[in-house]
Design a protein. Structure first.
Length: 213
């Protein structure tokens, strides 16, 4: 397994060098950038790893780079490192998705712990996305009619109600319902509802109550 790559974006060459040595001694690979523009010039190796960003830099600032990356496929967690931060700035950065906001000078222990937390959360997010992808792949195997039935059963509709709504027989709906449960590899309505909630077909707070058969 390859070591995580820590991307350091800071216009202070002495700081970049010092942090790079510290991280390399701790087993990480590093990539150095003197500006946000330089980082944007080539595609990022997204996983695993994280970004250490200075706040104030010539050209694009750290928060401006964060905003740019939010509009891309970037999945690297961001940790801000700055000597010019304040509470308002840190709150804004965290609300925009940053993992942490640290003040320079930062101790080795504090920095390593922040990086480790970011990498753990990145792996958790990756696993969630993989699980969601698997669920979406299962749902994609449903026929158009089965998809309609699925969307209605997870909203608590009875077979007879679905049959009336779709203009078919209750017997046909029972057959579609059975096919849906098989294709989704679930044994209960609750499991089907959970899949619908997780992939966004059914809002968790929709207020719909699962019904019977």
């Amino acid at each position: 397994m390859t070591s995580p790559v820590i991307h350091i974006v800071d216009d202070d060459v002495s700081f970049r060098t010092a942090v790079a040595r510290l991280l390399q001694a701790s087993g990480y690979e590093v990539a150095l950038y003197e500006s946000a523009r330089q980082l944007l010039e080539k595609p990022l190796d997204l996983e695993p790893g994280c970004l250490l960003l200075d706040v104030r830099m010539p050209g694009l600032s750290g928060p401006e780079l964060q905003a740019r990356l939010a509009n891309t496929e970037n999945t690297l967690p961001i940790i801000f490192l700055t000597g010019h931060g304040d509470i308002r700035m840190s709150v804004r950065a965290i609300k925009a998705g940053a993992e942490d906001f640290l003040s320079k000078p930062v101790s080795r222990k504090t920095l390593i712990e922040a990086i480790q937390r970011a990498l753990v959360r990145q792996e958790e997010a990756r696993e969630r996305n993989l699980r969601l992808g698997s669920l979406r792949a299962l749902v994609a195997t449903l026929t158009p009619r089965e998809s309609e039935v699925f969307a209605l059963i997870v909203r608590g509709k009875l077979n007879k109600q679905i049959a009336h709504e779709l203009g078919t027989s209750e017997r046909t709906i029972k057959a579609h319902r059975h096919a849906v449960m098989q294709k989704l590899k679930v044994a209960s309505l609750a499991e089907a509802v959970s899949i619908a909630e997780r992939i966004g077909i059914l809002a968790v707070a929709s207020g719909d109550e699962p019904g019977g058969t």
